[in-house]
Design a binder for this molecule. Structure first.
Ligand SMILES: Cc1ncc(COP(=O)(O)O)c(C=O)c1O
Length: 425
């Protein structure tokens, strides 16, 4: 068929294929330190391509608005059941198609128009969906920042308690995009209960670490809702999830409506089996992976410090998550430095540093690094040391490291901590 096509369509089709292949080849030879990304195992990838790519299934298994969902119901029920088990949650909704959509579902139902909310600012590491210009901002502009300690980043628990008691917000949002340390959730729970404040813990970044018990346990510490992306430190395809301890039917009923019809209708069924496979991988391999990921992040922080970089939160051990933040202002700032690194096949993003004013979002002093993907390919402390040295050379212009970066990456071609494609046979 394609051979019968006339140019320019045939040329364009070839160009599409070649562009995708070029990306595959290039990204496969880079060191990817984007903190919000990860890769699928061969098994989780194998189940993406099926008839489910074409189908719709609004509602819940057993209560659909469409016919033809008998097998979809099996997959969706199993996925929800598995995620409830992984997180020891009484309730799970697996339909949000991303973390932002999950946040939208929550805010739309538990934040009355114009109500008071408390959330991290973007400068404080918060996500844009918690901001006045984001999802929360559609409900209220009255969003107060969390009070912080002298580092300008960590929540000041005593001041936060006072703020909650004074303002009685409808929602308190914990969790961030620059997420280096656990939040003082347990210390805030009782004051939130006393003043009718719901706690949303946005675990988009750290969901995989939470699942394996290596970060903090929001559902036991007092979160009303735990939202997350399923594809950052969790092993899954790009989707979202909402979890709750259960036992509060009024809350879960309203959250359910927030998802459908609130923030999604059809929920991209093709990737549900992949989420199910990846949740089983988290059960099997998640604890070891999370430990290795956090150890690698701490190793990268220490190695960068030895290379002479000012790594954020050095006095607190750099990080307890998959992320590290580095002040690169002496080398031209985050925008310049991330571009220079990308030219040498080390990929990361510019980022505000802890406590840096939000107005600098497009010219921040820092870069944010995440080691979760390289860890999934099996890299360890020695490779973190090598990456730090490559970064120093790339940033200071000391030498061209592209060939060395590619050679290091090529030693780790296989996704670990997961199932093989043949495990599905
Ligand atoms: C704290 C936080 N919440 C929500 C999101 C959005 O997740 P998604 O990209 O799955 O919509 C992000 C994205 O990185 C995030 O950092």
């Amino acid at each position: 068929m394609p051979s019968e096509l006339q140019s320019p369509t045939a040329t364009l089709l070839q160009h599409i294929r070649e562009t995708i292949e070029a990306n595959d080849v290039w990204r496969g030879h880079t060191i990817n330190l984007i903190a919000s990304e990860n890769v699928l195992s061969p098994a989780a990838r194998r189940v993406l391509d099926s008839d489910l790519l074409h189908r719709y299934a609004e509602g819940h298994p057993g209560g659909r608005y469409y016919e033809g969902t008998r097998y979809i119901d099996v997959i969706e029920s199993l996925t929800a059941e598995t995620l409830r088990r992984v997180f020891q949650a009484g309730w799970a909704d697996v339909r949000p198609i991303s973390g932002t959509v999950a946040n939208e579902a929550v805010f739309s139902r538990i934040v009355p128009q114009g109500a008071t909310a408390i959330a991290h600012t973007v400068a404080g590491g918060g996500h844009i969906s918690h901001a006045r210009i984001g999802s929360l901002g559609k409900r209220t502009k009255n969003i107060l920042p969390w009070p912080t300690l002298a580092d300008g980043y960590s929540i000041d628990p005593a001041a936060a308690r006072d703020l909650i008691a004074k303002e009685k917000p409808a929602v308190a949002v914990l969790g961030r995009s620059l997420f280096l340390f656990p939040e003082p959730l347990a210390e805030l729970k009782d004051v939130c209960v006393e003043h009718g404040t719901r706690i949303l813990y946005d675990g988009a970044h750290v969901l995989g670490l939470i699942a394996s018990g290596t970060f903090q346990d929001p559902l036991r510490e007092g979160a009303d809702v735990l939202n997350g992306s399923t594809h950052k430190t969790f092993f899954g395809p790009q989707r979202g999830v909402m979890l709750s301890p259960g036992g509060d039917e009024e809350l879960t009923k309203t959250l359910d409506k927030g998802v459908f019809p609130g923030s999604s209708s059809n929920h991209h069924l093709f990737s549900l089996p992949s989420l199910l496979v990846s949740a089983l991988e988290v059960e099997a391999f998640g604890a070891e992976y999370a430990r290795d990921t956090i150890a690698n992040a701490q190793a990268l922080g220490a190695a960068l410090a030895r290379q002479g970089f000012a790594v954020a939160m050095a006095d607190q051990g750099f990080t307890q998550s998959h992320q590290v933040a580095v002040d690169v202002s002496p080398f031209g700032g985050g925008k310049d430095v991330s571009a220079r690194l990308c030219a040498q096949d080390i990929i990361c993003n510019m980022n505000l540093l802890p406590g840096e004013p939000g107005k600098l979002a497009f010219a921040p002093s820092g870069i944010r690094l995440g080691v979760q993907e390289m860890t999934r390919f099996g890299m360890g402390a020695d490779e973190m040391e090598a990456i730090a040295e490559f970064m120093k050379a790339a940033i200071t212009g000391g030498r061209d490291v592209r060939a060395e970066v590619g050679a290091l990456r090529d030693r780790f071609p296989e996704v670990r901590y997961g199932f093989a494609a043949s495990d599905l046979d």
